[in-house]
Design a protein around this ligand. Structure first.
Ligand code: BGC
Length: 768
């Protein structure tokens, strides 16, 4: 048993691969990353099967992004990689199939190199003016151009889309490049290397643009994956997880996003993404590419749809046939529509999805999908049917089966409810005090009065009295690991000060750069459990000498709609953690894509909570299959970065539960993560890490979560209030100063401290 926590305690340099080979950034993991980059890319347009490029095709490639490829975003979601392969390098590898007009690409290479030398940063360079002569030579070389566009964003800052800053819209210099290219070439292919939605209308309606691929930010070999798809070595099978709207202003979140640095009012309520565009009258036309949409190099037909139910679940079965000429994968999506009743509702909501295996031309498969009837319930926070309860209103519930939110058929099936039903009676928590209005399905707003609900308190139910050690008696955490002593007995021998020490982070070990948990001193042999950032891969500071695999960003992974692949990626990320003696992976991140401007959208999955929850659950399963702790974050409503420590997310309880918490709920129930990270922001005036209603009421109470909670790093909350709320550890902290005075004043008790310490130690006992 003394070999417990060997890696945490001794930091051995022991590779985990066969024959002592390294797994970190291994060929296998990099190949997985490249595969995910093509599976997550979304083919938005492909007139007359223009892609894949035909053998012998000559192309001229425009735009910095062919060289200045953005592998992912910045901040804690960044990854230090051995290298990054750009699109131009990818195309160079395909010389047996296509020919690139070299002088143009070399012009960009030279420009990007010089820009970097002058302090320019990846993904943030201005498009250069293309010399007239070069443009003419390129046009003489070929009639086919590829336009590349990239965007970079990161933690702790948001984007702007106004007169001076264009994030969603093309920059003026980009517009000029596009104009020049369209004036000189008959066929144009667009490649978007971005982390969040940007303008797609400029090419959607332009006949000269024959094809467009949303590449997202595809990790360290994303540029090679782009080339794989352009020449047809891979067939794209990604589907959008966000709605591409015509104008930035079309997103209902746009109006108030930068209204204040102190708060964001989620006045669109539950009408986020496709729930808004599909429901609110006259908004369908604002959509360029709908949620769930994505083409392939082949075509598919859905047939033999059958739907049934038992008393708990709805079952859908559908046959998918590849009716085209090459192999490919299709995603089947199931939406439900609830009857119109007293509660406002979206027209359609995603309930289940499944991806086919690779189907050869002519091949078919049958997909079976299931979801709970209760998933179709709405949360009633106004008392229309039953206050503070999930309810299903009477009437007909219909099921829509298809390949995007728009492209569905209504199944020959109705789930009929003769009476309103209360599905789950809950308690009003985290209610809004300063939300003035919320949107209804017709696009109008109802007025919201400040809630009169009192804040609930949750008395500590754990009791643990201090029992001094007998003279000569030794306390050893290994005894707990070996089952020789209960955890409660162990805790009872720790002084209050020693317990407090477990509630703060400790110094990093080895190459860890975000601190450890648990190992406050060697006296009782509690090992230091090391943390490492994600989500795009294991983040180790540059200069530590270890590089890791950068996987495609979360948005790209979500666009695969492939939970099996994500589980595999989670497992690979956990192995890279393990090999580097890191036991806690600070990922996945699953906040909602509420606005295209959120600086961290790339780290998050989708505008839809089902996608977010299922993808996060898959990563958690993969990570924890290796006995590495996964940490879904940032719980919750961390959908803006500006003034993130103080920004108040103001929203209705229904939007909170149905949109912003739902993904976490799905992830917890499906994958049981051992840790969750609260967010920096406030929800309706209360910091999430101090919110007993959020943590004790919803997370631990309603959902039955038994794992531990960490704060986000160096938040602005009061540690003793976090302890009272059940947010178990403050990171990276390193000292208990913030706890001592409140403790001496009686504001927190030994029991409250011990309850948190117990959960930290339980997590420690779980890791190997
Ligand atoms: C981020 C977290 C991250 C933590 C540790 C914070 O700034 O918000 O996502 O896990 O830092 O690096």
């Amino acid at each position: 048993m003394m070999d417990r926590w060997t890696r945490a305690r001794f930091q051995p340099c022991l590779p985990l691969g066969d024959n002592r080979s390294l797994i970190t950034a291994s060929e296998k993991h990099i190949a997985l990353s490249r595969k995910a980059a093509s599976e997550g890319a979304v083919l938005l347009k492909n007139t007359n099967d223009f892609l894949p490029l035909k053998k012998g095709q000559k192309i001229a490639v425009f735009g910095n992004a062919q060289i200045d490829y953005v592998k992912g975003g910045g901040g804690s979601g960044d990854v230090t990689t051995p290298y990054v392969r750009n699109i131009y390098e990818g195309l160079q590898l395909k010389q047996d199939k296509i020919t690139v007009f070299q002088s143009l690409s070399l012009f960009y290479e030279d420009y990007v190199t010089k820009s970097y030398q002058n302090g320019g940063e990846n993904g943030r360079l201005t498009e250069p003016k293309i010399p007239e002569k070069l443009l003419d030579e390129a046009a003489a070389f070929t009639d086919t151009a590829v336009i590349t566009i990239c965007r970079f964003s990161g933690e702790n800052w948001d984007q702007h889309n106004d007169a001076e800053n264009h994030y969603f819209d093309l920059e003026d210099e980009e517009k000029e490049m596009v104009r020049d290219v369209l004036a000189h070439f008959e066929n144009v292919v667009v490649l978007l290397n971005v982390g969040a939605m940007i303008d797609t209308s400029w090419f959607a309606d332009n006949d000269k643009v024959k094809a467009a691929l949303m590449l997202w930010q595809g990790g360290l070999e994303g540029g090679l994956a782009a080339a794989d798809m352009l020449v047809g070595d891979e067939t794209p099978s990604g589907k959008l997880v966000d709605t591409c709207a015509r104008l930035f202003a079309d997103y209902p979140s746009s109006e108030g996003f930068h209204e204040s640095d102190d708060y964001v009012k989620y006045t669109e309520d539950i009408f986020v993404g496709y729930r808004y565009f599909e429901t609110v009258p006259n908004k369908k036309d604002a959509v360029v590419y709908p949620f769930g949409y994505g083409l392939s190099y082949t075509s598919f037909e859905l047939s033999d749809i059958s739907v049934g139910n038992n008393d708990k679940n709805i079952f859908v079965s559908v046959k998918v046939t590849n009716t085209g000429k090459c192999a490919g994968k299709e995603v089947v999506q199931i939406y439900s529509s609830a009857p119109i009743g007293k509660l406002t509702k979206p027209v359609k909501e995603l309930r289940a999805f499944a991806k086919t295996p690779l189907l050869e031309a002519g091949e078919s498969c049958v997909l079976s999908l299931t979801f709970a009837i209760s998933d179709m319930a709405s949360y009633d926070d106004i008392g229309a049917v039953e206050k503070s309860a999930y309810v299903m209103e009477k009437g007909a519930y219909t099921i829509h089966v298809g390949t995007s939110v728009r492209d569905t058929v209504c199944a020959d099936y109705i789930y009929q409810l003769e009476e309103n039903q209360v599905i789950q009676k809950l308690t009003a928590y985290c209610v809004p005090r300063t939300l003035d209005k919320r949107m209804l399905a017709d696009g109008s707003y109802m007025t919201v009065e400040p809630s009169a609900e009192e804040t609930k308190t949750f008395p500590c139910t754990y009791h643990n009295e201090y029992q001094p050690l007998a003279k000569g008696e030794k306390l050893d955490f290994f005894d707990v690991a070996e089952g020789k002593m209960t955890l409660d007995a162990f805790i009872s021998h720790l002084t209050d000060a020693e317990l407090m020490d477990i509630l703060v982070g400790h110094a990093s070990t080895g190459i860890c750069n975000t601190g450890t948990m648990g190992g406050f001193n060697s006296k009782y042999c509690i090992p230091p459990i090391a943390t490492a950032d994600g989500p795009a891969g294991v983040r180790i500071y540059k200069g530590k000498g270890v590089t890791t695999t950068a996987f495609p960003v979360a948005t790209a992974l979500a666009c695969t709609w492939n939970t099996v692949l994500l589980e595999e990626i989670g497992k690979a990320q956990a192995l890279e953690c393990k090999e580097n003696n890191l036991q806690i992976f600070l990922a996945p991140a699953l906040n909602i894509h509420r606005s295209p401007l959120c600086g961290r959208n790339f780290e998050y999955y989708s505008e839809d909570p089902l996608i977010a929850g299922k993808m996060a659950a898959a990563i958690v399963r993969g990570v924890q299959s290796q006995k590495v702790v996964a940490t879904p974050k940032h719980f919750a409503c961390n959908n803006k970065e500006t003034n993130r420590f103080e920004s108040d997310s103001v929203l209705s309880e229904r939007a909170l539960r149905e949109i912003y918490l739902k993904g976490f709920e799905i992830c917890l129930k499906e994958a049981d993560p051992k840790m969750i990270m609260t967010s920096y922001n406030l929800i309706n005036g209360v910091r999430t890490s101090e919110s007993a209603e959020l943590i004790m009421g919803i997370l631990r109470g309603e959902w039955g979560y038994r794992g531990m909670l960490t704060t986000d790093w160096s938040n602005h909350a009061a540690h003793y209030l976090e302890v009272k709320a059940g947010n178990d550890i403050r990171m990276p902290a390193r000292h208990t100063g913030q706890l001592q005075l409140p403790y001496s004043l009686g504001l927190i008790t030994r029991d409250e401290i011990a309850a948190c310490a117990k959960r930290v130690l339980e997590m420690t006992l779980w890791v190997e």
